[in-house]
Design a protein around this ligand. Structure first.
Ligand SMILES: [Zn+2]
Length: 520
């Protein structure tokens, strides 16, 4: 322990050393423009002791072991990201990876994992990670439909038997009782796409009765199967049937067939809300989504049974035309081969039309050839700015990143939402950006003591420079860190200091407490 911190610790422990006044705060963030999470901004200070905020106000008369000058800076609750794929990073064997520098350097202090139906059934194990492997941010996890369906039924296109449904339900219940925040689905993805709504409702009810949330990558964000509007209706129907809070992740109108539908979708959700369905959404501020070659191009019937079955179909001459037509149609929906940019493997950084040219073949054959080697990640340019802006303006739309490797949304989401949609395009205000990236999210998901700068709250704080806060990550260079964040505090510990990671891993698992009496 360094002398200064030893001294501070001694003072905090109540020892009196000489005549130094006993500090009543560990950290004092002084003179910034404070957004508490539900009030108009004011100039003032935030005092932190231990892991909590102890005072917020103008000209606080509090001595502190450490004072951070925040003049000219914005001081806000640490950002909360309700849809990420950060689970593997939090469980990594590498201590720096577990800090999640991409998030901390944007001011993100809490993230959800296990989205899209991918959440582990070993929720207790996931939540225990920080005990042996310290993490940089707080996290909550879902128990996931995809993991459960795969484990119980496998990859096939059929309904569960009665016995299988019972086992699926038991796994949701177990996950909830171990602290999952809710039940996530990715109904677009096989094998979850093989489920009917009644199966989803039966499982969601297990989460509902334990106070859980339903989070969904909906069945269709485009015109692949049921269509965007019907997929939204399905989420609303699940809310109506279960009575549980429903969250639509990365809401969007994907592809040429549904672009322009945002106002219709918003009206649908507003009507459901008015009728008592507790439904919200989150969104990432990018016109390209991130997915994979198979998920974006291969028709669902051809994905039945997984990769091995797909490759067999590639080799079956009797299916050649049907496959070709299906891929052609999906490529059209996505805006053509130039709208797909490969983000990993041999073709990294190339668009599908360029790959076809390099292979001296057509884009469909090129896609099949590439998938035979590896189902590479792609970014798919498929949304209109008008739709993005329309969704973003809704008070029930929070910020999410959907962070997964290969897309700049990992390193740039929150910073870009500020620099592009607050400052440059003026789609939303600074206060709306901050609240829908912190307090609105924390309140709706019931994250007690998070997402606000109030005495008694956990000290998760971001201090950023409104003149410079911006994303640097681009589709071509997706891993450039955001700039403009000066300080990030996680549970009272300074995780980013003068724009640099301190290496301190102060994140915590945030287990959800199941409704009393629902877990034997
Ligand atoms: Zn998703």
């Amino acid at each position: 322990m360094k002398l200064a911190s030893a001294l501070a610790a001694a003072l905090l422990a109540g020892c009196s050393l000489g005549t130094a006044p006993a500090p009543s705060a560990d950290v004092l963030i002084r003179g910034g423009t404070i957004y508490t999470g539900d009030e108009a901004p004011f100039t003032g200070d935030v005092a932190i002791r231990g892991d909590k905020i102890v005072a917020v106000g103008a000209n606080l008369n509090i001595a502190a072991a450490r004072t951070i000058d925040a003049k000219g800076m914005i001081v806000a609750p640490g950002f909360i990201d309700p849809h990420t794929h950060a689970g593997p990073w939090l469980a990594s064997g590498d201590a720096r990876t577990r800090l999640i520098p991409a998030f901390l350097l944007q001011g993100v202090t809490t993230a959800f994992i296990g989205n899209d139906g991918g959440g582990s059934t070993d929720v207790a194990g996931v939540l225990a990670t920080p005990k042996t492997k310290p993490v940089g941010i707080n996290f909550a996890t879902y128990v996931g439909f995809g993991t459960i369906r795969e484990a119980v039924i496998g990859g096939g296109n059929r309904a569960p038997t009665a016995a299988e449904l019972t086992r699926e339900k038991a796994l949701v219940a177990k996950g909830m009782c171990e602290g999952a925040i809710g039940f996530s689905t990715g109904l677009f993805y096989a094998p979850q796409s093989f489920s009917k709504t009644d199966e989803v409702i039966a499982l969601a009810r297990e989460a509902a009765k334990r106070g859980g949330y339903y989070d969904s990558h909906i069945r269709d964000e485009s015109s692949y199967t049921v269509g965007l509007a019907a997929a939204i209706d399905e989420a609303i129907a699940i809310g109506r049937a279960t009575g549980m809070p429903i969250h639509i992740s990365h809401i969007k109108a994907l592809g040429v067939d549904v672009q322009g539908q945002a106002p219709t979708i918003i009206a649908k959700i507003d009507a459901a809300r008015a009728a008592g369905v507790n439904i919200t959404a989150s969104q990432y501020p990018w016109s390209a989504s991130g997915t994979s070659l198979v998920a974006s191009l291969i028709p669902l019937w051809a994905q039945d049974g997984g990769t091995a079955a797909l490759i067999k179909r590639f080799d079956d001459p009797s299916l050649k035309q049907k496959l070709h037509d299906g891929i052609a149609e999906n490529m059209r929906k996505r805006g053509g081969p130039h709208s797909l940019l490969i983000t990993e493997g041999q073709w990294r950084g190339k668009r599908l039309d360029e790959i076809a040219a390099a292979m001296k073949t057509d884009p469909i054959s090129a896609a099949i050839a590439a998938i035979r080697v590896h189902d590479a990640g792609v970014v798919s340019f498929n949304q209109s700015e008008a739709d993005i802006g329309a969704f973003m303006k809704q008070p029930w739309v929070m910020t999410d990143s959907d962070a997964s490797s290969g897309h700049p949304r990992v390193w740039g989401t929150f910073a870009r939402k500020y620099s592009k949609y607050v400052v440059a395009d003026k789609v939303i205000s600074l206060r709306e950006f901050i609240e829908r990236s912190s307090s609105v999210t924390a309140k709706w998901f019931g994250l007690a003591g998070r997402g606000e700068l109030k005495p008694g709250a956990f000290a998760d704080v971001v201090v950023f420079d409104p003149k410079t806060y911006a994303a640097q990550a681009t589709y071509e260079q997706p891993t450039l860190p955001a700039v403009g964040v000066k300080t990030v505090v996680v549970n009272g510990k300074v995780a980013v200091d003068n724009g640099k990671l301190t290496g301190i891993a102060a994140g915590r698992a945030l287990p959800h407490r199941p409704t009393a009496g629902t877990c034997g």
